[in-house]
Design a protein around this ligand. Structure first.
Ligand code: NAD
Ligand code: MG
Length: 390
């Protein structure tokens, strides 16, 4: 029986994780659940999964949750704030942590899980993009097991040998190929992108996801973040990580070897597959995902990404090559710009323009500790807000 904490239980990944866990009551027990503000939803999950602890974002939310749980006679203990998130990520009784908070807010608890040597199921790509080497050092020092949930990285992980250890050359790995659906604006005339609405941007053709990652998919900043994520997870330089547009989202990514072999992982686009893979690794369990019917899909298409249409992808490659804090600065600017877009404060194309301006203004600096990293993150957020207000 594995005991699991789920950070971001009310989100899209949290929901899929609980769906898989509920199929295997003999294998997994929920130790703790977290949510930021959706308290009634979290109360329902506590009633169903009976965790020992639940963590929310504020004292007011904690009071509200405690009341709802008392009414339902659920004995879950309620806490709030970042320290409590770090506690449920590192408690001795926890075996695995699903890191599924969106954005930089997930960094501290995800890092706490890594430092505590847990099995870390990493959905929160922003945490790794920001902290890069510091995160990988924490994993190496504690002996934590880092399992990617992002479908592309989970696919690459499945196509690599078990003893890979971030050493492409030792295993004949030539290139890592991340597939991308291209999002909702793959075919739309580029000149009209300035006018797209938040609702159009979050209407992803293949995946149902949270709003932030959906906008990131529309700009392809999501794929940019994933290129950086792949660099840290698999030890490949930017030059050996490719992005390939594949609108059907059936091939989830590939590894190209020096002998000409290309290994791919395929499946229906449903996050329960990578979640079940990581939960059970190295075993396999049923996920509830329908079997893949390739004859029904009939055609798989591929094309190279157009960097004029998707400037965020280029910004991410440039940030990875620049090293230091550039990726963290880019991530922070993106979070602020996407939020401004979703709230109607800026147009869609302003997202990439604002991020480019922030990266021009704030030079990349070496990242040696989390305190320094968070200072640069805060400065990038402030600079982005100033540019948006101007
Ligand atoms: P979501 O918006 O559906 O859910 C986000 C979760 O984080 C919620 O439970 C929310 O309560 C919590 N949260 C939000 N802000 C918080 C804060 N400030 N402090 C603490 N908790 C907070 O997002 P999602 O689509 O589930 O994505 C979660 C993460 O997984 C993201 O990093 C995303 O990039 C990654 N991811 C998602 C998918 C997907 O299919 N949804 C695929 C790959 C990777
Ligand atoms: Mg992905």
């Amino acid at each position: 029986m594995q005991s699991i904490s789920i950070l971001g239980a009310t989100g899209s990944i949290g929901e899929s994780t609980l769906d898989v866990i509920a199929r295997h009551p003999g294998l997994y027990r929920v130790h703790a659940l977290s949510a930021h503000s959706r308290v009634p939803e979290l109360a329902v999950l506590c009633q169903r999964f009976r965790p020992a602890l639940a963590v929310v974002g504020s004292a007011a939310a904690a009071d509200e949750l405690a009341l709802l749980l008392a009414e339902r006679r659920v004995a879950t203990e309620v806490r709030w704030g970042e320290a409590a998130l770090c506690e449920i990520s590192s408690a001795p009784e926890v075996d695995a942590v699903m890191a599924a908070i969106v954005g930089a807010a997930g960094l501290a608890p995800t890092l706490a899980a890594a430092r505590a040597g847990k099995k870390v199921l990493l959905a929160n790509k922003e945490a790794l993009v920001m902290s890069g080497q510091l995160f990988m050092d924490a994993v190496a020092a504690s002996g934590a097991i880092l399992l990617p949930i992002d479908s592309e990285h989970n696919a690459v992980f499945q196509c690599l040998p078990r003893d890979y250890r971030r050493a492409p050359d030792q295993h004949g790995v030539a290139r890592i190929v991340l597939t991308a659906s291209g999002g909702p604006f793959l075919q739309r005339a580029v000149e009209t992108l300035d006018n797209v609405t938040p609702d159009e941007a979050v209407a992803h053709p293949k995946w149902v996801m949270g709003r932030k990652i959906s906008v990131d998919s529309a700009t392809m900043m999501n794929k940019g973040l994933e290129v950086i994520e792949a660099h840290w997870l698999f030890g490949a330089p930017a030059e050996r990580i490719d992005v390939l547009i594949h609108p059907q989202s059936v091939i989830h990514s590939m590894v190209s070897y020096v002998d000409g072999s290309v290994l791919a992982q395929l499946g229906n686009p449903d996050m329960r597959t990578p979640i079940a893979h990581a939960l059970a690794w190295p075993a396999r369990i049923a996920s509830g995902v329908a079997p893949l019917d390739l004859a029904d899909i009939a055609q798989l298409q591929f094309e190279r990404p157009d960097l004029q249409r998707f400037p965020c992808l280029k910004l991410a490659y440039d940030a990875l090559r620049a090293g230091g804090s550039a990726a963290a600065i880019m991530n922070a600017a993106n979070e602020v710009a996407v939020d401004a877009f979703l709230n109607g404060r800026i147009g869609f194309r302003m997202i990439d323009r604002v991020i480019a301006s922030v990266l021009e203004r704030l030079p990349s600096r070496p990242v040696t500790d989390i305190g320094g990293l968070l200072e640069q993150d805060a400065q990038a957020r402030e600079t982005t807000q100033e540019l948006i207000r101007a």
